[in-house]
Design a binder for this molecule. Sequence first.
Ligand SMILES: CC(C)(COP(=O)(O)OP(=O)(O)OC[C@H]1O[C@@H](n2cnc3c(N)ncnc32)[C@H](O)[C@@H]1OP(=O)(O)O)[C@@H](O)C(=O)NCCC(=O)NCCS
Length: 166
Amino acid sequence: MSETLSPSLPRTTAMAPERPEDEAAVEALITAAFGAGRFAKTAERLREGSKPSGAFAVHDEGQVVGSVRLWPVRVGETPALFLGPIAVDAGHRSAGLGAELVAACVNHARMTATGGILLVGDRAYFERFGFVPAPDAVLPGPVDRRRVLWLPVQTQAVAGLVRIDA
Ligand SMILES: CC(C)(COP(=O)(O)OP(=O)(O)OC[C@H]1O[C@@H](n2cnc3c(N)ncnc32)[C@H](O)[C@@H]1OP(=O)(O)O)[C@@H](O)C(=O)NCCC(=O)NCCS
């Protein structure tokens, strides 16, 4: 890809499904973005012991500079994908990579014919992609309910306990 997305950042990046050899770099990126305390988060309870349904990484000259993963969950009885973490390297932000990663997740969700995508995040960022509040989705631990968001794919709205869909 050679298109320039921002005046300051020439486009040398490429997105692809995450590969096994990306894993260490992805973990380092996530830790840099969220800090070592992320494993205490409620969201982590929906990932531990589970396998991603999909995962995408952005590379720039061999380095991982963006990452997102999707996890199979149920919200009540609705099959869904739990998005997160999503992280872009601090030196590569505001160039549309986050939006590209979310778009890859939406495509993946459409292909897997899921109810929708659930996440815990900033509405101010995610509403541009069509995420709406999902205050009735109950996560397995403390969470600010205003940050629980849903992107409908096959199911307009969800309610109920969120759990890993093993
Ligand atoms: C959130 C994140 C993935 C966005 O990546 P990105 O590649 O910069 O995203 P995009 O280029 O698509 O969009 C950038 C725009 O979104 C805005 N934005 C970023 N995070 C935002 C937030 N939390 N709330 C509101 N707007 C936000 C930026 O200000 C930027 O606006 P601009 O285009 O006017 O400069 C990245 O900022 C990041 O890794 N943050 C740290 C980890 C994190 O907070 N992850 C999300 C938690 S669920």
